[in-house]
Unconditional design. Structure first.
Lengths: 110, 115
C-alpha cells in the first residue's frame, strides 16, 4: 500500500534558487529516506533520517522530519541544472520493504 | 563496477509471450527486491528475497515468478505477458531487511513494452 505522498507533483525553478519538496505519510515509521531518479535511470539514495531525528544535512540537502505531523521536507539549496530529476520519499516500518511515494519532478532551468 | 546490474535494459515483446529479466548485485547484500514503476512513476514493491528465500510477495499475479539461485542473483520470469505488464522493472538490494537502516541500491531498470 502506498505510504508516502510527495508534494508538489512537479516543481520548476531557476538555477540558484532553493527547491523544497514535501512528503506526508500515514503510519509510524522507523526511518524516512529520500531518493533521486534521473530520467531513464534507477533511484539513488540521497539521505536517511531516523524517526528520533528532526533534521539532517548532507551537502546542499537539508531534510526535516516531523513525526507528530507525519511529514518530511527535502530542501535543495542553490539548485543546479544537474539537480533536475524526480525525487521520492520512502518510509521504512520494521520488517517490510521501503514504501515509496509518487515523487516530485523537479526541473531546474539554467 | 556496477553494483546492481539488470539485463536487458529494454524488452519489447508480444502479448502471451514468456520473458525473463536478470539481476545481479556485487555488494554482498543479503536482501534483494523487485519493484515495478508504472507510467505515472509510482514505484511498487513486488517481491523481496532474503538470502535466497522469498519473504515478501505483494499480491503479484502468479504469472510472475522470481528465482534466486544464490543471494547475489534475483531473476524475474513472467509468463503469458499482458498489456498491463508494460512498465519499468527495477531490481534493488539492501544489506538486510529489518535493520532499521535499510538503504536500497537500485539497478538501472528494464523497460518492458508488451505489444
Amino acid at each position: 500500500s502506498q505510504q508516502g505522498e510527495e508534494d508538489p507533483q512537479a516543481l520548476s525553478i531557476q538555477e540558484g534558487e532553493n527547491a523544497t519538496m514535501n512528503c506526508s505519510y500515514k503510519t509510524s515509521i522507523n526511518n524516512l529516506q529520500w531518493y533521486r531518479q534521473n530520467s531513464g535511470r534507477g533511484l539513488v539514495h540521497l539521505i536517511l533520517i531516523r524517526s528520533n531525528e528532526r533534521e539532517k544535512h548532507s551537502g546542499r540537502l537539508r531534510v526535516t522530519l516531523d513525526t507528530s505531523k507525519k511529514s518530511s521536507s527535502l530542501l535543495i539549496t542553490a539548485s543546479r541544472a544537474a539537480d533536475t530529476a524526480s525525487y521520492f520519499c520512502a518510509t521504512e516500518r520494521g520488517n517490510t520493504p521501503l514504501v515509496f511515494g509518487k515523487g516530485t519532478r523537479l526541473s531546474v532551468i539554467a | 563496477d556496477t553494483a546492481v546490474s539488470q539485463t536487458p535494459k529494454y524488452l519489447v515483446t508480444q502479448m502471451g509471450n514468456d520473458k525473463s529479466i536478470k539481476c545481479e548485485q556485487n555488494l554482498g547484500h543479503d536482501t534483494m527486491y523487485w519493484y515495478k514503476q508504472d507510467s505515472k512513476k509510482f514505484l511498487k514493491i513486488m517481491f523481496s528475497y532474503n538470502n535466497k528465500e522469498l519473504i515478501i510477495n505483494e499480491t503479484v499475479p502468479n504469472r510472475f515468478s522470481p528465482k534466486s539461485p544464490d543471494k547475489a542473483h534475483l531473476n524475474l520470469h513472467i509468463n503469458s505477458l499482458e498489456l498491463g505488464d508494460s512498465a519499468v522493472y527495477f531490481c534493488a538490494s539492501s544489506q538486510a531487511l529489518g535493520t532499521g537502516v535499510e538503504k536500497l541500491f537500485f539497478g538501472s531498470g528494464t523497460q518492458l513494452s508488451v505489444l
